[in-house]
Design a protein around this ligand. Structure first.
Ligand SMILES: [Cu+2]
Length: 169
């Protein structure tokens, strides 16, 4: 390589650097709607609705808590819950197995726009308050916190309904 061509190569590299910097700087201007960056999923928080708990029979130390979680976009994982009125809140799922209802503990529950988490009595997922520090009666309101993966905690106040409000004849 001659001295001249090396110099022109260096110039070309320098020029390309300037061009690249210009391109980079223009990328910092507000992106247009077709920018693929805008189509990246945004970390949205789940929408919480219809939370309620059921009263405990005398002497019971557990209570079920139901809530509907939905999400406009993306995916979110419920990793747990806590409440000052219970030692812990477990994620449970009711499943029919050989003709009998079984309850098993889950580590987490994932929801997406296509599959919201609709907790209802009588089957499927629910939250189980265990080690209740006090009995739960209809008309009470239980404070609780839901924990999510890569999302902030969400505080909820859960009304305790009466069985007759839930199980209509
Ligand atoms: Cu349960």
């Amino acid at each position: 390589m001659t001295r001249l061509s090396r110099a022109s190569l260096m110039l070309a590299i320098a020029m390309s650097g300037i061009l690249w910097m210009r391109t980079d700087a223009s990328a910092a201007t507000p992106p247009v709607a077709t920018d693929p960056m805008l189509e990246n999923p945004v970390l949205e928080n789940p929408v919480l609705e219809d939370a309620f708990a059921l009263p405990t029979p005398p002497g019971a130390t557990t209570a079920a808590l139901y809530i509907t979680l939905s999400l406009p976009r993306g995916k979110v994982t419920l990793t747990g819950a806590s409440s000052p009125v219970a030692q812990s809140i477990e994620l449970h799922e009711m499943q029919m197995h050989e003709g009998r209802m079984h309850m098993r503990q889950l580590r987490h529950l994932t929801l997406s726009p296509e599959s919201p988490l609709e907790m209802r009595p009588g089957g499927g997922p629910h939250l189980m308050l265990t080690g209740l520090t006090q009995p739960i009666s209809s008309g009470d309101e239980i404070p609780a916190t839901l924990h999510f993966q890569a999302r902030p905690d969400q505080q909820i106040r859960v009304p305790v309904k009466d069985y007759s409000d839930i199980f209509t004849p």
